[in-house]
Write a protein that binds this ligand. Structure first.
Ligand code: AMP
Length: 214
C-alpha cells in the first residue's frame, strides 16, 4: 500500500505516518527528515538546504525530486510507503506521477489532514523531542510524565527543530497555502483525494486514517 499524507506544517503528518508505518509495516518517507539528515551530515545538499529551511521557504524542486527518486529505488519501499511532506509543489506532484509510472508503482490513497492555521502555530512552537529516541512532546499538551526525562527511553536530553519558531512557522504556512494547497486541488480533480479532521485528538485522527486505508 502506497500513500500520500498532505497537510499544513504541524497537521500531524509525521506523527500519523509513524503510527501507520507500525500498523501496516510501511516505510515513512519524510523529505523533511531526509533534509535534516543531510544538514546534520554537512553534505553539499545539506549546505544548500539549511538556510532555506530556516527561513521557512521550500527547497528547490530538482533537489527534492532527485532525493525522493533514489529513495523510492531502495528495496524497503517495495513493502509500501507513506510520503510525508512530499509532494509540496505542482512540479513535484507532476514529477511524482512520472516517477511512479517509470518505477511501476501506484498510489492507493492520497489523504489530506485538515487543520486550522492558528492552532498549527501553537502546536509547532511548543513541540520538542527526545534527542535519543525521537519521541515527541509539547510544552503544554504533552509534557514528559517526569520533567526532563523521556517517557519512552529515559533519555534526559531534548531538542527543538531550528525552524519551529513563530516567524518561520508563519513563513512555512504561507508557503503551504501558496505552493502546496494547489496540489490538493490537483488530487481532488483526479478523484483520488480523501480527508480526515486533523483538529481531532491524535488517536481519533489515527482511527480516521485506519478507517480510510482499511
Ligand atoms: P517538514 O519536516 O516536512 O516540516 O519540512 C521542513 C522543511 O524542509 C520545509 O519547511 C522545507 O524547507 C523543506 N522541505 C521538506 N520537504 C520539502 C519538499 N517536498 N519540497 C521543498 N522543501 C521541502
Amino acid at each position: 500500500m502506497n500513500l500520500i499524507l498532505l497537510g499544513a506544517p504541524g497537521a500531524g503528518k509525521g506523527t500519523q505516518a509513524k503510527r501507520l508505518e507500525d500498523a501496516y509495516s510501511l516505510v515513512q518517507l519524510s523529505t523533511g527528515d531526509m533534509l535534516r539528515a543531510e544538514v546534520a551530515s554537512g553534505s553539499e545538499v545539506g549546505k544548500k538546504a539549511a538556510e532555506i529551511m530556516e527561513s521557512g521557504a521550500l527547497v528547490p524542486d530538482e533537489l527534492i525530486i532527485a532525493m525522493i527518486s533514489s529513495r523510492l529505488d531502495k528495496a524497503d519501499c517495495r513493502k509500501g510507503f507513506i510520503l510525508d511532506g512530499f509532494p509540496r509543489t505542482a512540479p513535484q506532484a507532476e514529477a511524482l506521477d512520472r516517477l511512479l509510472e517509470e518505477k511501476n508503482l501506484k498510489l492507493d490513497h492520497v489523504i489530506e489532514i485538515k487543520t486550522d492555521d492558528e492552532a498549527m502555530v501553537e502546536r509547532i512552537t511548543g513541540r520538542f523531542s527526545c534527542a535519543k529516541c525521537g519521541a515527541g512532546y509539547h510544552d503544554e499538551y504533552q509534557r514528559p510524565k517526569v520533567d526532563g526525562v523521556c517517557d519512552k527511553c529515559g533519555g534526559t536530553e531534548f531538542k527543538r527543530r531550528a525552524d519551529d519558531n513563530e516567524e518561520t512557522v508563519r513563513a512555512r504556512l504561507t508557503a503551504y497555502h501558496n505552493q502546496t494547497a494547489p496540489i490538493i486541488d490537483y488530487y481532488r480533480a483526479s478523484g483520488v483525494l480523501e480527508a480526515v479532521d486533523g483538529m481531532a485528538p491524535i488517536d481519533d485522527v489515527t482511527s480516521q486514517l485506519k478507517g480510510l486505508v482499511g
